[in-house]
Design a protein around this ligand. Structure first.
Ligand SMILES: C[S@@+](CC[C@H](N)C(=O)[O-])C[C@H]1O[C@@H](n2cnc3c(N)ncnc32)[C@H](O)[C@@H]1O
Length: 247
């Protein structure tokens, strides 16, 4: 764990001690209990940046990189002082990745889980981006005034009725508050979407991650909130993974 895999090639004569073996066995038994490797090693790579993990945060998924790509494809001037808002920031992976690409941007990450915010703050520091960020503990955007250029949201969207289909790595290790969006998976969208127009400036953009098969329902919630221009984007597996919406 404290050795870089590449260093093994140069350490062929190192002796493996009993302590090393016991330590290795403990790690293997954690994996046999279906704990994800990222949680065992305590970190995860996202957008080529490294993020600390903890029990209180969702393990960032490669699928969510589709949101970062969607935002970057919509931004005309990457040097502009863009105001970003990340609702449900968790590990802080989205706000951190966006701040790393948009070098004059500032951002606010919101989460209802205070322990997650402490992890997000350490992740911003570790990636050298905390000076352009603030974190707020709140119920979605309720504590904030508007004026944001871009709001990204990756809400909990798994339907509770699908819980039994989840792998043990997910259901036993990711925080349930980060996973489940009520009986049909759409509860958080119903809470968040009506508040988005108030948070955005008149030319603002909302980018929402969606689960498989949720495109039609979330699109209709966005239309109901007054969004006129709505596009979808796929992840690398070709699944519709996010919606981009402008007023
Ligand atoms: C699916 S996770 C997304 C985490 C991170 N943004 C990512 O993409 O990996 C959803 C996040 O929303 C947070 N959350 C759930 N309910 C919330 C609420 N009412 N207000 C603010 N955040 C909430 C959870 O704590 C969790 O961190």
């Amino acid at each position: 764990m404290d050795r870089d895999p590449a260093s093994f090639a140069g350490r062929g004569k190192d002796v493996v001690t009993h302590d090393d073996v016991r330590r290795f066995q403990r790690l293997v038994s954690r994996r046999l209990n279906r704990e994800p490797v990222s949680r065992i090693v305590g970190e995860r790579e996202f957008w080529s940046l490294t993020f600390e993990l903890a029990d209180s945060v969702l393990d960032p998924r490669p699928d969510s990189e589709a949101l970062v790509e969607a935002v970057l494809s919509a931004v005309r001037d990457r040097e502009a002082p863009i105001r970003l808002l990340d609702l449900g920031t968790g590990s802080g992976c989205l706000i951190t990745a966006l701040l790393s690409e948009l070098q004059a941007a500032t951002g606010i990450g919101v989460d209802i889980e205070p322990v997650a915010l402490r992890v997000a703050w350490r992740n911003l520091i570790r990636n050298g981006l905390h000076q352009r960020a603030r974190l707020v503990c709140a119920n979605w955007g309720s504590a904030l005034r508007g004026g944001f250029d871009i709001v990204v949201v990756n809400p909990p969207y798994v339907a509770v009725r699908d819980m039994d289909d989840l792998a043990p790595e997910v259901v036993n290790y990711d925080p349930h508050r980060a996973l489940f969006g009520g009986h049909d998976g759409l509860e958080a969208y119903r809470e968040v979407v009506p508040g988005l127009p108030r948070l955005l400036c008149s030319t603002g953009l909302a980018v929402l991650e969606i689960g498989r098969g949720q495109e039609r329902n979330v699109r209709s919630l966005l239309r109901g909130a007054g969004f006129a221009a709505i596009e979808s984007r796929c992840d690398l597996a070709g699944v519709e993974r996010c919606l981009l919406a402008r007023m």
